[in-house]
Design a protein around this ligand. Structure first.
Ligand code: SAM
Ligand code: SF4
Length: 347
C-alpha cells in the first residue's frame, strides 16, 4: 500500500551521524542485491552451470527492508535494487512497495532498479505505482539471435515488450550495454538511434574482470576510449558536467538530443568521487565493487531485533572503505581480479 503512513518503518530507528569514509566521501547510495539467481546466463556475467546460494543464506524480504531502513537512517538517499535478476525474486513487489513508501514519505530521494527486462511486462505498472521513476534495463544487442547468444537464455522480443510496457507506465529508461569486442561492437550506432527514437538514455559499460566465466576476459574487453573515437565519426558528442557520484561520464548526442554515459572502470576510474556501497542478498556489505574486503551484516541483523548492532557494523565497515579498485584485464593475468561474479554484488 504505497504511501500509507502506517506501513512506514513501524519501529523508527534513531537518526545517526551520516556515513563518511576515511577519504571524506559521503556514502549516500546503496545498491542492494536481492537475489543471486537469474533467468539469463549472460556470457560475461555468469558461467552456464552456475551454482547459487542455498535459500537459508539469503536474507528474507523483511530483513532486506530492515537493512535498507538502517542505511536510510544513516543518510542513504538512493537505493538501487539489483541482482541476479531482481524481478525473479518471489514476492519482490512487497519489498519494492515498502521501500517506495520511504520515497513517498521523503525519507529516500530515489528508489531504482537494474533489470534484464524479462519480467517487465508483468511488473511495469506496479513499479511505477511504487514510486519508482526510472529503471536501467540491460540490453547488449538489438538483434534477436545475437541477444540470445549473449544472454544464453534470453529472448529479445519479451525484453522489448517489457521496455515498451515500462515506457507506457511512465518510467524513464536507461539501457545498459556492455561493450564486447567482436560481439556487439558494430551495434552502438544502432543503439544510439534506437534510444534517440524512444527518448531513452544509453550507458556503455566496459567489461570488468569479476568471477570465472567460460571464456577469457581479454577476448571480450573493448576499451570505451576506442568506442568513443568510432562514435565521433558519426555523431556530435558534447561532454556534460553531469555527475552522479558513480563511474559514468556523460555526453549529449547532438543528433538525437539524448545522453550517453560511458562507464570506464578499466581505462579510467573515478573512484575518488565514489559515494556508493553494495549489499549482497546474504547481507554482505562490499565497500568497493572491485575489492574483496567486506563486512557481514547478516549476523548482527539476526542477532537482535534492534538495529544497534547492524548500525555499528555499518559504521565500522565504512571506516575501511578503500580508495579504489585495481581492475586489470591482461592476457598475462587470466584470473579474475575479484573471485565473485557481478551477479553476487549486483553490478
Ligand atoms: N540482471 C540485471 C541486469 O542484467 O540488469 C541486474 C544485475 S546485472 C549483474 C547488473 C549490470 O551488470 C548489468 O548491466 C550487466 O550487464 C552488468 N555486468 C554483469 N557482469 C559484468 C561484468 N563482468 N563487467 C561489466 N558489467 C557487467
Ligand atoms: Fe543475469 Fe544480469 Fe548477469 Fe545477465 S547480467 S546473467 S541478466 S544478472
Amino acid at each position: 500500500m504505497a504511501g500509507n503512513p502506517q506501513h512506514i518503518n513501524p519501529h523508527p530507528i534513531p537518526k545517526h551521524a551520516p556515513l563518511v569514509d576515511p577519504f571524506g566521501r559521503k556514502i549516500q547510495y546503496v545498491r542492494v542485491s536481492v537475489t543471486d539467481r537469474c533467468d539469463f546466463r549472460c556470457v560475461y556475467c555468469m558461467a552456464e552451470d552456475m551454482s547459487f546460494l542455498p535459500k537459508s543464506e539469503v536474507l528474507t524480504l523483511e530483513e532486506l527492508e530492515r537493512l535498507s531502513l538502517a542505511f536510510i537512517n544513516l543518510g542513504a538517499r538512493k537505493i538501487r535494487l539489483t541482482g541476479g535478476e531482481p524481478l525473479t525474486r518471489r514476492n519482490i513487489m512487497s519489498l519494492i512497495r515498502r521501500l517506495g513508501d520511504q520515497v513517498a514519505a521523503g525519507a529516500l530521494e530515489e528508489l531504482t532498479l537494474t533489470t534484464n527486462g524479462s519480467q517487465l511486462t508483468k511488473y511495469a505498472e506496479d513499479l511505477a505505482a511504487a514510486h519508482i521513476r526510472r529503471i536501467n534495463v540491460s540490453v547488449d544487442s538489438l538483434r534477436p539471435e545475437r541477444f540470445a547468444a549473449i544472454t544464453r537464455w534470453g529472448k529479445l522480443p519479451a525484453v522489448m515488450d517489457g521496455i515498451m510496457a515500462a515506457k507506457s507506465a511512465g518510467l524513464a529508461i536507461k539501457l545498459n550495454c556492455v561493450a564486447l569486442q567482436g560481439v556487439n561492437d558494430d551495434e552502438y550506432d544502432a543503439m544510439i538511434e534506437f534510444c534517440g527514437q524512444h527518448g531513452f538514455e544509453l550507458t556503455l559499460i566496459e567489461v570488468m574482470p569479476m568471477g570465472e566465466i567460460d571464456q577469457a576476459r581479454s577476448d571480450q574487453y573493448l576499451p570505451l576510449s576506442t568506442v568513443r573515437q568510432r562514435l565521433e565519426q558519426k555523431w556530435h558528442l558534447t561532454d556534460l558536467p553531469d555527475r552522479t557520484g558513480g563511474p559514468a561520464r556523460y555526453v549529449r548526442v547532438a543528433e538525437t538530443g539524448q545522453r550517453v554515459g560511458f562507464i570506464t572502470p578499466m581505462t579510467h576510474n573515478f573512484c575518488e568521487s565514489c559515494n556508493r556501497v553494495r549489499v549482497t542478498c546474504t547481507g554482505v556489505l562490499y565497500m568497493c565493487l572491485g575489492q574483496e574486503d567486506a563486512a557481514d551484516l547478516r549476523t548482527p541483523l539476526r542477532a537482535s531485533e534492534s538495529n544497534d548492532a547492524v548500525t555499528a557494523a555499518i559504521y565500522d565497515a565504512i571506516a575501511r572503505k578503500p580508495k579504489g579498485h585495481d581492475f586489470i584485464i591482461d592476457r598475462a593475468r587470466p584470473a579474475a581480479a575479484v573471485s565473485r561474479h557481478m551477479s553476487v554484488t549486483g553490478g
